[in-house]
Design a binder for this molecule. Structure first.
Ligand SMILES: Cc1cc2nc3c(=O)[nH]c(=O)nc-3n(C[C@H](O)[C@H](O)[C@H](O)COP(=O)(O)OP(=O)(O)OC[C@H]3O[C@@H](n4cnc5c(N)ncnc54)[C@H](O)[C@@H]3O)c2cc1C
Length: 361
């Protein structure tokens, strides 16, 4: 990517604008990229934060920021390819795990955790960048899981934001040569988009990520708003008593004592993170393999997108760690996936269209 032809504009001006406009998803990829510099200027405090006087305008941040492309396109400087459907797909399955240990803790069909365990137990990865349960109940916290137990303990969905790439920060000093070691990455579409952009631009710390697993995502929610204000504050549900939450047309809350609650999605729209309104990717189109629930009960919808993803899923089928059927046999899930992809694209086009285009320098 060449930005220098943006007259008088520094890379950092563009990144600053991505943050100011609310476009920044907070994925943290730019912060990890920046750390390769001896005078790294970006820190992560809920979003990238620049320490004045340190930036050398190397451009690594923008080479790792998919949201910068959205801004640049809006300004008329570049074009972006936006797919019509759900992106490139080699195979589409409905999958459920055959592992009892995964079935007990997973969100939908347990595909993601079973894939991670299969890769780890085969020695194909050393660790996985994913999201575990944070210090506060129902919060999400990025983790580098280095054992099967840690992978298993991170199963399930937390519907708040978790910048899963960040644990790579601590690893950066230990990484050179960067290609040593093999890591799987699990993340929502905005995170996969930036990771893939960084890969395409050969940004070094990310070479270690050998396979990316994308999660379908309509939106993610602000923890304080959804969990503290709505569920704990208004509904008087102690967060520590929640065993699981899920979205199946409604936001579903399951308590440890067997009680269940539901909230209409329209009643929690106000807690959706602003950055999600700019996202046009429901199925994580840049991932090696993507998975979502799309209304399925006990199954994951799985889209295999790359050769490495295909080899892994075929290996899992051969080893019988998953049961897989053609996704088309689950017509309502298949149709819902297409509908949610279309809806996300058209909603984001409207929000992006309202973005102010000028950058003050
Ligand atoms: C914020 C969010 C919104 C989602 N919205 C939808 C949706 O609208 N429609 C849909 O079909 N599917 C959605 N999903 C995906 C769905 O919840 C499941 O993750 C998916 O179906 C895979 O299920 P599984 O049983 O294979 O996963 P599991 O085997 O249970 O593994 C889940 C993996 O997700 C990771 N994870 C958990 N929380 C987060 C988080 N906040 N950020 C990043 N990684 C996380 C865990 O580390 C774990 O590795 C969403 C997921 C997230 C995180």
């Amino acid at each position: 990517m060449v930005l220098r032809w943006l007259k008088g504009l520094r890379y950092t001006d563009v990144l600053d604008r991505v943050i100011e406009t609310g476009l920044c998803s907070g994925c943290g990829t730019c912060v990890v990229a920046c750390k390769v510099n001896s005078r790294a200027c970006l820190e992560y405090v809920e979003k990238p934060l620049r320490e004045e006087g340190l930036c050398i305008d190397c451009g690594l941040c923008l080479h790792s920021c998919a949201r910068a492309d959205v801004l640049m396109e809006r300004m008329g400087f570049i074009g972006r390819e936006v797919s019509e459907g759900v992106g490139g797909v080699r195979a589409a399955y409905a999958v459920r795990t055959t592992r009892e240990d995964v079935r007990r803790v997973c969100q939908d069909g347990g595909f993601v955790t079973t894939l991670l365990l299969w890769l780890y137990e085969k020695g194909l990865i050393d660790a996985a960048l994913l999201s575990g349960v944070g210090k506060q109940p129902q919060s999400a916290e990025p983790r580098l899981a280095k054992s099967a137990d840690e992978i298993l303990a991170s199963a399930g969905t937390r519907y708040t934001y978790s910048p899963n790439i960040l644990p790579l920060l601590e690893e950066v000093p230990k990484l050179a040569p960067y290609s040593a070691g093999k890591v799987a990455f699990v993340g929502v579409p905005c995170q996969i988009q930036s990771l893939k952009k960084a890969h395409r631009n050969n940004v070094k710390p990310f070479e270690r990520v050998k396979i990316s697993i994308g999660l379908f995502c309509s939106e993610s929610f602000d923890y304080r708003g959804l969990m503290k204000q709505k569920i704990e504050g208004e509904m008087k549900i102690p967060l520590g008593q929640i065993s699981k939450t899920n979205i199946k047309g409604k936001f579903l809350i399951y308590l440890r004592d067997g009680r269940q609650y539901e909230i209409a999605l329209k009643d929690i729209k106000g807690y959706v993170r602003r950055a999600c309104e700019f996202c046009d990717d429901f199925t994580a189109e840049d991932a090696d393999v993507s998975a979502g629930g799309v209304g399925l009960d006990g199954w994951s919808a799985v889209l295999v997108r790359s050769k490495i993803g295909e080899e892994a899923v075929n290996g899992m089928i051969t080893d019988k760690v998953i049961e897989a059927k053609p996704l088309q046999e689950f017509k309502s899930a298949y149709d819902l996936m297409l509908k949610l992809s279309r809806n996300k694209r058209s909603k984001s086009a409207k929000t992006i269209g309202e973005l102010p285009v000028a950058i003050a320098v």
